[in-house]
Design a protein around this ligand. Structure first.
Ligand code: HEM
Ligand code: HEM
Length: 222
């Protein structure tokens, strides 16, 4: 935890890879949703954007071990008790400020990444009974593909609910706590006391992204 003042210097918090990851994810998820609604030929786009989401999730998992200070799971995954204590402080209206993810936010990041992984993973095995199926559907029975298609549909609603809570939480801090968490996800820095966080080296991010893309490509080979 970091005690933080609101005036004074700005502290670097989110490294460029985390920010690029976040906003690319938002764009790809919107693309996946819109293309699924359109159906037909747009399902080609759906598969590509979904596979890209899978690549990004893999990258973020690796970045959680090899990225900058606040990107690392070790820096923001705290005990359920710590999350509860923080939640109680939110209820009382006086939650402490954190430079990186707060203890509740940390669990939300894990929930979002899990749901995104399940969504993209099940999509690979899904089918629409008519003309389109995920690239790995041929490797499982029709019954299994149907089941995973159901998971794909149900989990999408879970994902939407998580995203709604996530965005509402960001708005809560903005409106009620006068703490803008959104700008730092764009610029990378927060008005705070303290030292700049160590960002992960961009070359390492490029390497890990290539590794994630390569792993997904290998997975999709027949
Ligand atoms: C498709 C929708 C979205 C998804 C899947 C998503 C997912 C995520 C994930 C996984 C993180 C963790 C970042 C990391 O550590 O790598 C995060 C952080 C964050 N997101 Fe989103 N996000 C979405 C939309 C948005 C939108 C629309 C906003 C703006 C209102 C937003 C604001 C933030 C902020 C402020 C953080 C940092 C929270 C903190 O300071 O602890 N997100 N998001
Ligand atoms: C995280 C990214 C993804 C999101 C948000 C997403 C979302 C959706 C949604 C909302 C539907 C419509 C479900 C319905 O009919 O009610 C759908 C259907 C489908 N998706 Fe995805 N999807 C993603 C990734 C993928 C991937 C990676 C693939 C395969 C490469 C895929 C393949 C399919 C197929 C084959 C269907 C048709 C199944 C059906 O008609 O129910 N999806 N997806």
């Amino acid at each position: 935890m970091n005690a933080m003042g609101r005036e004074g210097r700005r502290v670097r918090v989110w490294d460029l890879p985390v920010r690029l990851f976040h906003w690319s994810l938002v764009a790809l998820l919107a693309t996946s949703w819109i293309s699924a609604e359109m159906g037909g030929n747009a399902m080609q786009i759906h598969q590509w954007s979904g596979v890209s989401v899978l690549t990004l999730v893999l990258f973020r998992l690796l970045w959680g071990f090899l990225g900058g200070t606040h990107a690392r799971f070790a820096s923001f995954v705290r005990s359920p008790r710590a999350a509860l204590t923080y939640g109680c402080a939110v209820m009382r209206g006086d939650p402490p400020r954190y430079l990186g993810h707060n203890p509740l936010g940390g669990w939300m990041v894990l929930a979002l990444l899990t749901s995104l992984g399940v969504q993209a993973g099940t999509g690979l095995f899904a089918n629409d009974d008519i003309m389109i199926e995920g690239p790995l559907a041929v490797h499982v029975s029709k019954a299994t593909s149907d089941l995973l298609t159901q998971v794909h549909e149900v989990n999408f609603n879970v994902l939407l609910a998580l995203i709604a809570v996530h965005v509402l939480a960001a708005l809560y801090y903005l409106v009620f706590r006068r703490d803008n968490l959104i700008m730092p996800m764009i610029t990378g820095s927060k008005a705070a006391e303290g030292d700049d966080a160590r960002g992960g080296a961009p070359w390492r991010a490029v390497l890990l992204l290539a590794l994630s893309g390569g792993a997904v490509w290998l997975l999709l080979q027949e």
